[in-house]
Write a protein that binds this ligand. Structure first.
Ligand code: ZN
Length: 317
């Protein structure tokens, strides 16, 4: 039987300043701003989507920027690190780039005796990593300021901290089609599809403080499902274990259900389509403020009240 969940769809985080967020992700990291829209549940806040050229599932990091919001705290019950995939020979390039643009990063570390990892943070303190590896066949993207051979290819994995890992592991393997593919120390790696972009690491961290929401923290992670039929099937499976998912919500670029996993992290299951080319052409993704039909009547007010943002790629060569 085909899998109901195929991997990671996107990660959504919280930022403080809109322009700093755009500059960091498009300028320094070279991700493509594939959609500039608003939070469909609170349209006076932007929703930025960054990803590869098309905003493929497994590459999409999104943000709600709230001006002046206080910082949150990493901790258990939270997705604390989102990890990007880059080629193994890019370590020197990225260390130089981080120095040049004053990005704080930690020395390279080994993971699973198979991967080299560098941890760094965005301007709000969001936990990020680069994983240097040779197993990722996806094409990288940048606006041209990063050589193609060093460009980010999408996510590699995410890292979720939990008080204990068993109940979350049970949900991933029981209802969400993941299997345990590696473990070492307190790190347990799951995947629905064994390929970069889809690895979900559960870290057992009972001694850490509980995470607190705020800027620099993740709001939720979305898993990919092929279509509405498979999404409905996942919803039924979750109902059968009393996890109480939401009804299917129309997010314009996909449809979604949300539920909280036993450790406290907000999970979403999003359809792989229709994707970001539904309301602007592939070569112009992210250029204009796109609104869902229910907010078009508010466009002129939103365009006045939302802070203007623009790309400054030339400053990040
Ligand atoms: Zn989402």
């Amino acid at each position: 039987m085909a899998k109901l969940i195929t991997g990671i769809h996107h990660v959504t985080a919280i930022a403080a300043d809109s322009q700093h967020n755009v500059d960091f992700y498009t300028g320094i990291l070279g991700l493509r701003l594939v959609k500039k829209t608003v939070n469909f549940d609170a349209p006076d806040v932007y929703h930025f989507y960054y990803g590869d050229e098309n905003g493929s599932p497994g590459s999409i990091l999104t943000f709600f920027p709230y001006a002046g919001l206080v910082r949150g705290r990493h901790g258990k019950g939270m997705l604390n690190t989102t990890t990007f995939s880059v080629p193994s020979n890019s370590i020197g390039y990225w260390e130089e780039r981080f120095k040049k643009f004053n990005v704080n990063y930690k020395p390279a570390e080994d993971r699973f005796h198979a991967e080299t990892v560098i941890y760094f943070e965005d301007p709000d303190g969001l936990g990020l990593e680069l994983v240097f590896n040779d197993k990722d066949a996806r094409a990288g993207f940048s606006y041209g300021q990063i050589p193609p051979e060093h460009a980010i290819k999408g996510f590699y994995n995410v890292e979720i901290w939990e008080e204990g890992y068993e109940r979350t592991a049970g949900l991933l393997s029981g209802q969400l089609d993941h299997v345990l593919i590696a473990e070492r120390g307190n790190r347990f790696r799951f995947a629905a599809t064994d390929a970069p972009g889809n690895y979900v690491d559960i870290l057992c961290t009972p001694d850490s403080l509980r995470g607190l929401g705020g800027s620099g923290t993740v709001h939720h992670i979305a898993f990919a499902t092929p279509d509405k039929e498979s999404q409905t099937a996942v919803q039924q499976k979750l109902l059968s274990i009393s996890l109480n998912p939401t009804p299917i919500l129309d997010r314009n670029y996909f449809t979604s259900i949300y539920f909280r996993e036993p450790g406290g992290v907000l999970f979403e299951v999003a359809t792989s389509g229709p994707g970001f080319a539904i309301d602007e052409t592939p070569d112009h993704l992210g250029e204009l403020l796109k609104l869902p039909p229910q907010y078009e009547a508010r466009r002129s007010r939103l365009e006045t009240e939302l802070p203007p943002v623009s790309l400054h790629i030339d400053q990040y060569k």
